[in-house]
Design a protein around this ligand. Structure first.
Ligand code: ZN
Length: 380
């Protein structure tokens, strides 16, 4: 992460700072200052969840060290925008870290906590953050269909970068899928957030997206052409003999013939899908198009169910196959022989929330986020 200084070190400069009202405990025993914002908190709690804090506090007690209101002051190089959500969640619990209207910049908040908990080695918080990161780009197409986007589409560049940094490969490629939907100029040059910081994909990811887009557009055509290609193997409620056949004595040509409604609808939808496939390029084969949405209005129930399943399977296969579509390397990350305690820039943590745990897809990915996603999203 070029945007994030991942080394923990005290900042040298001394100077005035503002008190963070929400995180200024009168009986706190340490003051952490990030940029110009001070947090008076409890040293023991931070040291108990983070060995990095423990080391930092032990380093910060030389004689003549800065004291404010009798508390030692530790100045860090992190931004106040990163430190505040991090400490807020540590001291107030993760119940406030939810996607809702009181947390308008959900991704910025989540990103800060993820990077800070990684940097300060707060394992439990990092795992919680990874779970929330997985929820932003679900692995199960049914969950994806059901949930509304929680973040701005431009933020997926940042999601991809953070997932790459944390070595969450499955999340990374699903975020790249979302990046493929961005305007080419944003995809290739990045996007500037409200603080003026430009978040951009690395060259390798831009290349993966540009090549991936071509394949995604081909996959979309395949989905459109294949989903109504065959009559469902299930029993069609309309294919039986017309129930009005008892009136065949009136007009056998009308009343005795089988009901072919589903066959007719299938042909119509197939021809509409062919038209849609030739109308323009789209890189979004996972999208639910209007033709698909009209399914329940034309077919009988068994046919609707069957075509829904076919459509879902075609799209789930794409979601499961992004490693091929993006031509991402299938290299298993090296297992470090020594714990990377000294070098905090090494992100070899195991993946959270049933992520692929450093294993590449096609080799038995355990991507069990779906069920958890479903529960989490239904709460909202
Ligand atoms: Zn039918």
């Amino acid at each position: 992460m070029t945007a994030h200084d991942n080394r923990v070190q005290p900042a040298a400069s001394k100077g005035e700072f503002r008190k963070c009202e929400q995180l200024w405990f009168e009986d706190g025993n340490i003051i952490i200052v990030a940029e110009n914002l001070g947090f008076r908190v409890y040293c023991g709690l931070l040291a108990s969840i983070s060995s990095v804090f423990m080391d930092l506090f032990s380093l910060s007690q030389p004689e003549g060290h800065e004291l404010v209101e009798g508390c030692p002051v530790v100045r860090v190089t992190d931004s106040e925008a990163d430190m505040k959500p991090f400490l807020t969640v540590i001291y107030n619990g993760s119940s406030i870290w939810k996607f809702n209207s009181t947390l308008p910049h959900y991704w910025a908040y989540t990103r800060s906590i993820l990077l800070m908990s990684h940097k300060y080695q707060c394992e439990a918080l990092l795992e919680e953050g990874k779970r929330k990161l997985s929820e932003l780009v679900p692995s199960d197409i049914r969950v994806r269909d059901r949930v509304r986007p929680r973040i701005e589409s431009d933020d997926f560049i940042s999601v991809a970068n953070v997932a790459r940094f944390l070595d969450m490969r499955a999340v990374h490629r699903r975020a790249l899928y979302e990046c493929c939907q961005l305007d080419t100029i944003i995809l290739t040059t990045g996007w500037v957030d409200e603080d003026g910081f430009r978040d951009r994909l690395c060259a390798e990811d831009v290349q993966a997206c540009l090549a991936g887009r071509v394949r995604l557009s081909q996959e979309r055509i395949k989905v459109l052409l294949n989903r109504f290609k065959e009559t469902p193997p299930t029993r069609c409620a309309h294919s039986k003999t017309n129930p009005l056949s008892k009136y065949s004595f009136l007009d056998p040509a009308i009343f005795a013939r089988p009901d072919t409604r589903c066959i007719t609808v299938r042909k119509e939808l197939l021809s509409m899908s062919v038209e849609l496939a030739t109308q323009g390029i789209s890189y979004d084969p996972l999208a639910l198009d209007p033709i698909y949405q009209s399914l329940p209005y034309g077919f009988c129930e068994p046919c609707t169910k069957s075509f829904t399943q076919t459509n879902r399977k075609l799209r789930q296969d794409i979601l499961d196959n992004l490693v091929e579509l993006f031509e991402l390397p299938r290299i298993r990350p090296p297992t470090p022989e020594v714990e990377p305690a000294e070098d905090l820039e090494v992100g070899e943590d195991s993946e959270g929330a049933g992520e692929d745990a450093g294993m590449d897809e096609g080799e038995g990915e355990v991507d069990g986020e779906g069920e958890e996603d479903a529960e989490e999203f239904e709460e909202d």
